[in-house]
Design a binder for this molecule. Structure first.
Ligand SMILES: [Zn+2]
Ligand SMILES: [Zn+2]
Length: 139
């Protein structure tokens, strides 16, 4: 899945590309919105230990390749990011919707010229209550 684009992102961010990090990123890309513990459970079968998964998530999140967001139950869930990602999260049921539309590129350009940063991407989680939950609760 997007291998060359993904490899470029690792290189651009100066992040060493290890099989474990790739496996963790792909696990979240395949099923977005899972917790570290769920992914660690799956990857244990591939011989990747839980501590390794936690370290990989920290590295990937720091490099902007994973986006963590708070689920209604207070646990942190993640989606894989390639360049940029935006998700809409329901605070009641935890449903996650990926948003394709990007309104931030202009802002990035302005920020780049203002701060002198070379900006390489962004992640954004927007929280609210989904229409189904609104209806169920008569809100
Ligand atoms: Zn909902
Ligand atoms: Zn964007």
């Amino acid at each position: 899945m997007h291998s060359s684009a993904l490899y470029e992102q690792f290189a651009e961010r100066g992040l060493r590309r290890t099989p474990q990090r790739l496996a963790v990123w792909r696990a979240f890309a395949e099923k977005p919105g899972r917790t570290i513990r769920q992914v660690a459970g799956d990857l244990a079968e591939e011989g990747i230990g839980q501590a390794t998964v936690y370290r990989a998530v920290r590295a990937l999140e720091g490099a902007g390749l994973l986006l963590g967001y708070a689920s209604p139950r207070g646990e942190v869930r993640y989606v894989a990011v390639l360049g940029h990602a935006h998700v809409l999260v329901c605070r009641r049921c935890g449903e996650v919707t990926s948003l394709q539309e990007c309104q931030i590129e202009d802002y990035e350009r302005r920020l780049q010229s203002k701060t002198g940063y070379q900006i390489s991407g962004h992640t954004l989680a927007i929280y609210g209550i989904c229409p189904r939950c609104l209806q169920e609760e008569g809100l």
